[in-house]
Design a protein. Structure first.
Lengths: 115, 113
């Protein structure tokens, strides 16, 4: 079974600085998708960024980028120029390709942003 | 607002009572998912539908849980004879069948006393 591990329960970053959130996963599949979701306090979960395993190029979305290391099964999220609105729980998630589209999530990390 | 909606947002019930939650997905999405999230944990998959067909159920979904999506639009999740361990946030998500982005609703927070 696939597992997703986020070993850092909390992180803090100064506004305008850069922070990296770590995630590792375990799978025997060669093709899959990886995601980072953001869950602000009392608000719904939204997709931040996604990565297809067959793509070697790391995904980027504005201030958000990933470092995807397939051999190491590592998938970290870098947030540049951190803003107060980035404060939230961040979940790393895995999804197989094909018909089964359920997401497997890590435990999440709480990110706080210091003004 | 054309996002995923869930009702009620909060539910407090006594142990042993039955509860039902509703999820309205984004209108053109034919896949609908239910997840459960307990405090300090990530969401865990419960079940999903493609149109009205329930295609997979997690072993987390005991016999007391049942989900339906009768017309391939909204879905209901019923928990019978609730237990304190059922206290959690129940999340619904929807997606297009061939698209891999799942859009989440705000969740229904269940408290069993």
């Amino acid at each position: 079974a696939q597992t997703v591990t986020q070993s850092q329960p909390e992180m803090s970053v100064q506004e305008a600085e850069t922070v990296t959130l770590s995630c590792t996963y375990d799978t025997s599949e060669s093709d899959y998708y990886l995601f980072w979701y953001k869950q602000p306090p009392s608000r719904q979960m939204i997709l931040v960024i996604r990565q297809e395993a067959y793509k070697q190029q790391n995904a980027t979305e504005n201030r958000f980028s990933v470092n995807f290391q397939k051999a190491a099964k590592s998938f970290s999220l870098k947030i540049s120029d951190s803003q107060l609105g980035d404060a939230a729980m961040y979940f790393c998630a895995y999804r197989e390709t094909g018909a089964n589209s359920k997401l497997t999530f890590g435990k999440g990390i709480t990110l706080s942003v210091r003004p | 607002d054309t996002g995923v909606s869930q009702n009620p947002r909060h539910k407090i019930t006594k142990r042993g009572q039955n509860v039902t939650f509703r999820c309205d997905p984004i209108s053109e999405h034919n896949r609908l998912y239910w997840y459960r999230q307990t405090l300090g944990q990530g969401p865990e998959f419960l079940t999903y539908f493609q149109n009205e067909a329930q295609l997979e159920k997690s072993r987390l979904l005991s016999d007391r849980f049942s989900a339906e999506r009768p017309k391939g639009s909204f879905s209901t999740l019923e928990i019978q004879r609730t237990e304190q361990g059922d206290s959690a946030m129940y999340l619904c998500a929807s997606s297009l069948a061939r698209d891999y982005e799942q859009y989440f609703g705000p969740g229904t927070r269940l408290t069993v006393t």
